[in-house]
Design a protein around this ligand. Structure first.
Ligand code: ATP
Ligand code: MG
Length: 341
């Protein structure tokens, strides 16, 4: 195993869907075999936009259970809850002294959040990228898998690390600058919602998103309602994006034979000669999707039912993560000079 550290966080704000699985989780599963991985549940981050904590207990347990059910191995990765590591908050405080109001206000995600939550533009929202930098730098992680929307935040984390080293490092790199991480050129999959409007999402468009917690009937129902049309006008026609999305899903959960079968039928179809029957495609896709989701759902339910097991994992993760965080914080305190005896 490469000893390089990779870090990633998940907000406990809703049920995982197959977009999360194929867009993100699947990569963590691969990373855990190759790197020293830190994966945390970002409960502090969720407070910036979800101040009501009634669902937090369940949300944290569920997101842990679902990730473990997907194959994340708590023995291989350091899996922990953000709020269990007070060292992150202390580093956040130091980094806040190096983050400027102007640059924080300019952040794209901040401006977006201000639009979405005009009644709750709290300082936590403004300093979200600083907390995120603390999450990464506290373990001196070198690599962070990020989507397009997070690139700016990573750039800020690099800037804060650089400023810290410049001001307090005395020629040394106390906080290494993290780089974005992607597997081999990173073919990023994006799963659209089943009505073709936007992407599948934890918090929007629920009837058009396939959740890892969905029952067999629910999966079938959602897929049978998925948007299609009359079929292609000409042979080998380009696919509209909502049709392409169904083929993408087939590619992800069905056998190559099944995929080829429907690809051929699509290519042979034209106006007045529609060989492909989208009803059949959806039925097959539903069956294969059920085979994919059911074991994950059942495993997650099993894990959730075992409170002690999950608590044990959180405790174990906390211990490992705090050891690493404490090491960094000692260096940071010493560098700043807040050590008096
Ligand atoms: P929310 O609606 O709360 O923003 P979300 O479904 O967008 O939730 P995030 O927590 O924002 O999920 O994202 C977690 C990870 O899943 C990110 O790496 C993101 O790029 C990926 N992801 C989210 N939705 C999709 C999707 N539809 N297809 C592919 N990847 C996705
Ligand atoms: Mg999102």
């Amino acid at each position: 195993m490469n000893t390089e550290r990779v870090l990633t966080g998940i907000r406990p704000t809703g049920l995982l869907h197959i977009g999360n699985y194929f867009g993100a989780t699947r990569n963590f599963l691969r990373m855990q075999a190759d790197f020293d991985c830190y994966v945390f549940v970002a409960d502090w981050h969720s407070l910036t936009t979800h101040p009501d904590t009634a669902e937090l207990q369940n949300g944290v347990r569920r997101v842990l259970a679902e990730n473990i059910a997907c194959g994340l191995d708590p023995e291989k990765v350091t899996l922990y809850i953000q709020s269990d590591i007070p060292e992150i908050a202390e580093l956040y405080l130091y980094l806040n002294m190096m983050a400027y109001k102007g640059e924080l206000e300019k952040t794209t995600t901040f401006k977006e959040k201000v639009r979405q939550h005009p009644d709750n533009v709290n300082a936590g929202l403004l300093t979200y990228p600083v907390l995120q930098a603390a999450d990464i730098l506290i373990h001196r992680a070198g690599k962070v898998p990020v989507g397009k929307d997070q690139e700016q935040h990573l750039e800020m984390a690099r800037n804060f690390a650089q400023r810290f080293n410049f001001r307090y490092g005395n020629g040394e790199t106390i906080l290494p600058e993290p780089a974005a991480f992607n597997y081999d050129g990173g073919e990023l999959v994006k799963i659209l919602s089943l009505n073709g409007e936007g992407k599948m999402s934890k918090s929007e468009n629920e009837m058009n998103t396939l959740y890892l917690a969905d029952t067999d009937e629910m999966i079938r129902k959602k897929l049978m309602k998925a948007k299609t049309d009359q079929g292609p006008e000409t042979g080998h026609a380009p696919k509209p994006d909502y049709i392409q999305n169904l083929f993408t899903l087939l590619k992800l959960v069905s056998t190559p034979d099944v995929l080829n079968h429907f690809e051929d039928q699509f290519n042979q179809s034209s106006a007045g000669n529609c060989v492909i029957r989208y009803g059949d495609l959806k039925k097959q896709l539903a069956q294969d999707m059920i085979s994919f989701i059911t074991p994950i759902r059942q495993k997650a339910e099993e894990i959730l039912a075992n409170r002690d097991y999950l608590s044990g994992i959180m405790r174990h993760g906390k211990e490992k993560a705090r050891a690493s965080a404490d090491e960094t914080l000692q260096l940071v305190r010493k560098a700043i000079g807040v050590t008096y005896y």
